[in-house]
Design a protein around this ligand. Structure first.
Ligand SMILES: *Cc1c(COP(=O)(O)O)cnc(C)c1O
Length: 366
């Protein structure tokens, strides 16, 4: 008998959310971002949900190969490019489109062309650091990098790429979004290349930045990239984490629950024990009051989350018993609400789903 903890992936929601991304993007094509096992949803489920995407984008070269082996023939973008010269053979063999974001990568490519005769054709994304200061060539280096790529006979297409730090809050006083956009426009002006800069937040909130390709991630999974709710954007949750009560305790005033006795009862109450803990990906830092649905009723988490269990106050649902259904997040309880309560973001919760959680797919339309 497996544990009752199950994560359900709603394929129809993935398809729907992709169509929302495409609609916002107008004529731009869509890279569906499937890094980190499709934000915890599983690469195979992503392939079903995003079969109509124009391309798939991810970080892990080995997972790009898995996508090819699973039959994906469309473009694949490696968002951080290759990590060592050996990856370049994989890039060529599987026709992957690597980002080139730094001098070391550019040298690796030039060296591979000179010494190993890599012939391509290779499509690449040239990345600009427009102010986020993670990856990318500086505006001063950008044109020279472009020229060196153009000089390589194996390079076919070049797409100019940058990443926005504050598309969800464009008025950020330290780095306003408009400054990054202007930097990208200036750095690439006159260069013969396609362009991409929009993540989910830009796709939803700034359709004028769609350019040639958008790169939505979180929105495809039904999470919101901004303070606005996913439902307001018309997005559907693609992941529901469900479990059951595996224990019930009746406690009285002065009785405590769980490690550290964080929660102490002030009145007689009934406590439900849920089969789900931080080893499953539930955030350990979730405070008392974090919402949990039991038997369809909103309850409050109380006491510290432990490795395999968490505890809830069953006061609003006196009929609850061992075996009662529990929803941790997903349909009926937005993941962003749980994330906010726990001081994190939906992205982190999705990606943290542990391998031991049984994953099933739900092919039904919603
Ligand atoms: C992860 C990622 C995205 C997608 O971001 P979301 O906020 O999930 O939409 C887009 N572009 C790059 C380069 C990324 O690494």
């Amino acid at each position: 008998m497996p544990r009752p903890l199950v994560v359900t992936i709603h394929i129809a929601a993935l398809q729907h959310n992709l169509s929302v991304a495409a609609r916002h993007a107008g004529n731009a094509k869509v890279w569906a971002v499937v890094k980190a096992a499709a934000y915890g949803h599983g690469l195979r489920n992503a392939l079903r949900g995003f079969a109509t995407a124009d391309g798939l984008a991810l970080i892990e070269p080995e997972n790009a190969v898995l996508l090819r082996e699973a039959g994906w023939r469309g473009p694949i973008l490696l968002l951080e490019g290759f990590f060592d010269p050996a990856d370049l053979a994989t890039v060529v063999r599987h026709d992957l489109n690597p980002a080139i974001h730094c001098e070391a990568q550019l040298r690796m490519l030039e060296l591979a062309v000179r010494e190993r005769g890599i012939s391509g054709p290779l499509d690449v994304h040239l990345k600009l650091n427009s102010g986020m200061n993670r990856l990318g060539f500086t505006p001063e280096q950008f044109r020279a990098a472009y020229a060196r790529l153009r000089a390589l006979p194996c390079v076919r297409g070049i797409t100019l790429m940058t990443h926005l730090a504050n598309a969800d809050a464009p008025d950020n006083p330290v780095l306003p979004m408009a400054r990054q956009v202007a930097c990208f426009e200036q750095s690439g002006s006159g260069l013969d290349a396609a362009r991409t800069l929009a993540n989910s937040a830009a796709d939803l909130l700034h359709p004028e930045l769609s350019a040639d390709w958008v790169r939505p991630g979180i929105m495809l999974y039904g999470g919101s990239p901004s303070a606005q709710s996913a439902a307001e954007f018309g997005l559907e949750p693609a992941m529901t984490l469900r479990s059951e009560l595996i224990g019930v305790q009746n406690i009285g005033p002065g009785d405590a629950v769980g490690y550290g006795s964080r929660f102490v009862a002030t009145k007689p109450m009934c406590i439900g024990v849920v089969a789900c803990g931080y080893a499953d990906g539930y955030p350990r830092q979730a405070p008392d009051g974090t919402p949990v649905i039991v038997d369809g009723v909103r309850c409050a988490l109380i006491g510290r989350v432990s490795m395999d269990m968490l505890t809830v106050d069953l006061s609003p649902v006196p009929q609850a018993r061992v075996g009662s259904a529990v929803t941790l997040w997903g349909r009926g309880l937005p993941i962003d609400e749980v994330a906010r309560a726990a001081g994190t973001i939906g992205y982190e919760l999705m990606c943290a789903i542990a391998p031991r959680v049984h994953m099933v797919d739900d092919p039904q339309p919603f």
